[in-house]
Design a protein around this ligand. Structure first.
Ligand SMILES: Cc1cc2nc3c(=O)[nH]c(=O)nc-3n(C[C@H](O)[C@H](O)[C@H](O)COP(=O)(O)OP(=O)(O)OC[C@H]3O[C@@H](n4cnc5c(N)ncnc54)[C@H](O)[C@@H]3O)c2cc1C
Length: 458
C-alpha cells in the first residue's frame, strides 16, 4: 500500500483521470484532482432538457465491460445504473433494417449484403486470433505493435472479402470510433473482436456522467483549476525529485508540491504541460496524436420510436451521412421520461469531417432527410432537437498508433527508471472509448503505485 504521506496530483477529471484518482486513493495515496472546467467528466458530457438526457455520446456499454461495471458497483451507484437495458443491434441494407448480432460463425451468412462464400471465410478469424495469441490483449495495446502494419480495409478485403468488410467488419469495429476503415489499424478491429464478439450491448439507466459525479464524492477534486506548469524540485539526496504543480484558481496562481503527477488530459495538452519533464521523444509522440471530429443530432420524441432500445448501424456503402442511430424508449426513473422517446443520430466520419464548416441548419436538414431512409417513423414524433459538433472528439487509431503506443510506453518506462514521476494517460493510450479511458487511467495508477512503493520501502 502507498502511504497517505505520499501525494499525487491528477490533472484532468475525465474518465481516465477519475479512474486513476480512484485507484490511487484505494491504494492509500493522498490524491488531488485538478480540473480546468467548472464540471468534471471531460468529453463525457450530457445535458438535461425538459426531462430528457441529451448526449453527444451514446452511453452504450456491453457485458464485456466487466471492469467498468465493477466500478459502478464500487462507487455505490449500482441501483441507479443497473440492470443494464438490453440493446438490439440492427443494420441498414438497401433501405431495410435487419437484426445483426452474430454470436457464432454460423450467423455470418445471415448478415444482409454478405456473400455466402465470403461469410465462410470467417472460419479464418478464430485461427488468426489463435496465431496472434498474446499479441492481442485489450489492456496491453503495446503488445500489438508488430501487427499494426495494415488498415482494417486492406486486412478485411484481403482475408475475408469486400462484402464482409463493408457489411460487418467495418460497422462492428468503428461503431464507437466511426473512423475510416482504410486508415483505422486492423489491430483496432482485432482487439474489439477479441473483447466484444458475442458480448451483449446494453444501456445504463443513467448518463455515465453521473457515475463520474458520484466518484468525485469520495475524492479531493478542484474544479476551475487550470494547471499551467509542472517543474521539478531538485533533490540532492539521490532520491527521485518531487514535482511542483502550478495552477490558476479564482484568478490566483497557486502551487503545491507532490511526489507524482498523472497527466490525464488530451495528448496535446499533456505534451505542453509536461514540456519540462518529458523527453523530447515523448513530447513528439504525444503532439502527433490525431483526433477525429464527431457530429450528433439528439432528438427528443413525443412517443417512443421503438419498443426496445435499438442501435441501427449504417454501413458506408449505403451512401447515407448517418453512421448510426440509437432509438430509446423512455423508462420510469431512466434517462428518457416514461412514455416518451429519444433518437440519437451520429454522422459517419466522412460527413462529420465536412460538417465542421457547414451551417447548423444544413447539417440538421441533411441528417433528418437521411433519417427517413433509416427509421422513417421518427420524424413525425420529434419534439425538439439539439445538434452537437465536437472537433476533437476521438483519438484516431490509424495504422501506426499501436506502434506509437509501444514506443511511448518504452520511453516512459526508461524515464521512470531514472526516478521521474510523471505519467501520461487517457483514451489515446488504450482505445477511443469509455472503457479505453477507464482502463488507461487505472493502468497509470498502477505505474505510480509500483514506483512510489519502491521509494517508500526502507
Ligand atoms: C461527442 C463524443 C461522442 C463520444 N461517444 C462515445 C461513445 O459512444 N462510446 C464511447 O465509449 N466513447 C465515446 N466517446 C469517447 C469518450 O467520451 C472518451 O474516450 C473519454 O471520455 C475520454 O476520457 P479521457 O479522460 O481520456 O479524456 P477527457 O474526457 O478529454 O478528459 C480530459 C480532462 O482534462 C481536463 N484538462 C485539460 N487540460 C487541463 C489543464 N491544463 N488543467 C486541468 N485540467 C485540464 C479537461 O478539461 C478534461 O476534463 C465520445 C466522445 C465524444 C467527444
Amino acid at each position: 500500500m502507498g502511504s497517505s504521506e505520499q501525494k499525487v496530483a491528477v490533472v484532468g477529471a475525465g474518465m481516465a483521470g477519475l479512474s486513476a484518482a480512484w485507484e490511487l486513493r484505494k491504494r492509500g495515496f493522498s490524491v488531488t484532482v485538478l480540473e480546468r472546467d467548472a464540471r468534471v467528466g471531460g468529453r463525457a458530457w450530457s445535458e438535461t432538457v425538459e426531462g430528457f438526457t441529451l448526449e453527444p455520446l451514446s452511453p452504450i456499454l456491453s457485458t464485456a465491460d466487466r471492469e467498468l461495471l465493477a466500478w459502478i458497483d464500487e462507487v455505490g451507484v449500482r441501483d441507479d445504473f443497473l440492470p443494464l437495458r438490453p440493446l438490439l443491434v440492427s443494420q441498414l441494407h438497401r433501405n431495410k433494417t435487419s437484426a445483426v448480432e452474430p454470436r457464432s460463425l454460423f450467423d455470418f451468412p445471415r448478415i444482409p449484403g454478405v456473400s455466402p462464400r465470403q461469410a465462410l471465410r470467417m472460419v479464418r478469424l478464430p485461427r488468426l486470433m489463435r496465431r496472434y495469441g498474446d499479441q492481442i490483449c485489450f489492456e496491453a495495446p503495446e503488445r500489438s505493435a508488430d501487427l499494426d502494419d495494415r488498415s482494417l480495409g486492406d486486412f478485411g478485403r484481403l482475408y475475408f472479402g469486400a462484402t464482409m468488410l463493408d457489411n460487418w467488419m467495418a460497422p462492428f469495429a468503428t461503431s464507437t470510433s466511426l473512423g475510416d476503415e482504410n486508415e483505422t489499424s486492423r489491430v483496432h478491429f482485432l482487439r474489439h473482436y477479441a473483447r466484444c464478439f458475442g458480448a451483449r450491448p446494453a444501456l445504463p439507466r443513467m448518463p455515465l456522467r453521473n457515475l463520474l459525479d458520484a466518484a468525485c464524492q469520495g475524492l479531493a477534486v478542484l474544479t476551475r483549476a487550470e494547471v499551467r506548469d509542472l517543474g521539478r524540485v531538485e533533490s540532492n539526496s539521490g532520491q527521485p525529485s518531487s514535482i511542483i504543480v502550478t495552477y490558476d484558481r479564482e484568478e490566483r496562481e497557486r502551487m503545491f508540491e507532490v511526489d507524482a503527477v498523472v497527466l490525464a488530459t488530451s495528448a496535446k495538452a499533456a505534451a505542453r504541460l509536461g514540456a519540462k519533464l518529458l523527453t523530447t521523444a515523448e513530447r513528439e509522440m504525444l503532439a502527433s496524436v490525431r483526433y477525429a471530429p464527431t457530429v450528433t443530432l439528439a432528438l427528443a420524441l413525443c412517443r417512443p420510436a421503438s419498443w426496445h432500445a435499438q442501435e441501427i448501424r449504417v454501413p458506408h456503402g449505403e451512401g447515407n451521412p448517418i453512421g448510426s442511430v440509437l432509438l430509446e424508449p423512455g423508462q420510469v426513473g431512466g434517462r428518457i421520461p416514461d412514455g416518451l422517446g429519444a433518437a440519437t443520430l451520429r454522422a459517419n466520419h466522412a460527413y462529420a469531417a465536412r460538417a465542421m464548416d457547414l451551417p447548423e441548419e444544413t447539417i440538421e436538414k441533411d441528417l433528418l432527410e437521411a433519417l427517413d431512409r433509416v427509421a422513417p417513423t421518427v420524424r413525425g414524433a420529434i419534439d425538439f432537437a439539439r445538434l452537437y459538433r465536437v472537433e476533437r472528439a476521438w483519438p484516431r487509431f490509424d495504422v501506426g498508433q499501436y506502434r506509437a503506443i509501444a514506443r511511448l510506453t518504452r520511453v516512459e518506462d526508461d524515464r521512470r527508471r531514472t526516478g521521474s514521476r510523471l505519467y501520461t494517460t487517457g483514451d489515446y493510450r488504450m482505445d477511443p472509448s469509455w472503457i479505453g479511458a477507464f482502463l488507461a487511467g487505472r493502468q497509470a495508477a498502477g505505474r505510480v503505485a509500483a514506483d512510489l512503493r519502491v521509494r517508500s520501502t526502507p
